[in-house]
Design a protein around this ligand. Structure first.
Ligand code: CP
Length: 340
């Protein structure tokens, strides 16, 4: 057992991530049983989930432990997240107490908190999950924050290794997609970090105005180079897909218009063609590029039916790997015996 948090993949070394992925593969093959008996994971969902919640609950159960799930404002007290807040509004309890109390009951905490403000300069600090980690004296797992979704990144890395075998030098294209709403950048940043840690050549294809946070772009470039991969930005989704070994389709909002959805909608008007279609997929390496998406996906908006239901699609495998990768993570963080 360790007192480490899992807030971002880059907080762990490529060797540590590699060891987690090796363990996840053993878990998936059925070679690891037990290890979380009498362990409790307290999960706090400030935002909805299908995969994250059900895969963590299942993982704890499969290894003999228990997951307690809280949804603040829906059966548990609405939480205040601002430090120094005068709590005369709707929030009943501060995360300072919530995190400390849950840490007395549980062996680890896990928190989902999407961005909800209007100021990216504040949101990019990832205060809610980081404050949970500061207040709790137990490991804290990020279930998706403003900046990162490391559990998704871990499952993405596992899927890339499974589908491609040797990942070094292979072409990973993160391809922006149109969507009716401006979505967070946590998934695309984490997916690119995961692929960069695997030594892949990273291409980010996005329209003008849709760059990731400059620090994230710089980090992805740095991690790619450190692991022997290249990094490239593209403004043309057709060109970017040529020769791709994996294409990760994801929509995200313009950070230049963060918190101003009407301005953002104006920017994305005319970008509906940024969608993965069968003709585009044919341009990937041998037409066999692995199609990835974190889910939930908007069919025929981000990716066409024929692609999602076709032979290249790995989106359900990716979702399955959430379970195995997180089982490995839980065993590493709070397991009762060494699994290496
Ligand atoms: N990919 C993912 O995190 O799915 P959920 O939002 O359903 O948990």
């Amino acid at each position: 057992m360790t007192d480490r948090d899992f807030l971002a993949m880059e907080d762990w070394s490529p060797e540590e991530i590699g060891a987690l992925l090796d363990l996840a593969a053993r878990v998936k093959r059925g070679e690891v049983s037990g290890g979380l008996e009498k362990k409790v994971l307290a999960m706090v969902f400030m935002d909805p989930s299908l995969r994250t919640r059900s895969s963590f609950e299942t993982g704890m159960f499969l290894h003999g432990g228990h997951a307690a799930v809280l949804e603040p404002g829906k059966g548990s007290w609405a939480l205040e997240t601002e430090e120094g807040a005068v709590m005369d509004g709707t929030a009943v309890e501060h995360i300072a107490e919530a995190a400390r109390v849950l840490a007395r009951y549980a062996d680890a905490l896990a928190v989902r908190a999407f961005p909800r403000g209007t100021d990216w300069a504040q949101e990019r600090e990832d205060r809610v999950v980081r404050d949970f980690a500061r207040y709790a004296d137990k490991p804290v797992i990020n279930l998706e924050s403003s900046r990162r979704h490391p559990c998704q990144g871990l499952a993405d890395a596992m899927t890339l290794r499974e589908k491609l075998g040797e990942t070094r030098g292979k072409r990973f294209v993160l391809s922006w997609a149109w969507h009716p709403k401006p979505l967070p950048t946590a998934v695309p940043a984490s997916a690119a970090i995961a692929a960069a840690m695997l030594g892949m050549d990273i291409v980010i294809a996005r329209p003008e105005g849709y760059d990731l946070d400059p620090d994230d772009t710089a980090l992805i470039r740095q991690i790619a180079r450190q692991n022997g991969g290249m990094f490239q930005l593209s403004g043309d989704c057709d060109d970017a897909l040529v020769g791709a070994d994996a294409v990760y389709v994801k929509s995200w909002g313009s950070l230049e218009h963060f918190g101003r959805p009407d301005d953002e909608a104006e920017l994305r008007r005319g970008l509906r063609d940024w969608r993965l279609t069968v003709p585009r997929l044919r341009n990937t390496r041998g037409g066999k590029g692995v199609v990835m998406h974190c889910l939930p996906v908007r069919r025929n908006v981000e990716i066409d039916d024929a692609v999602l239901d076709g032979p290249n699609s790995a989106v359900v495998d990716e979702a399955e790997n959430r379970l195995h990768a997180q089982r490995a993570l839980l065993l590493e963080l709070i397991g009762t015996r060494t699994t290496r």
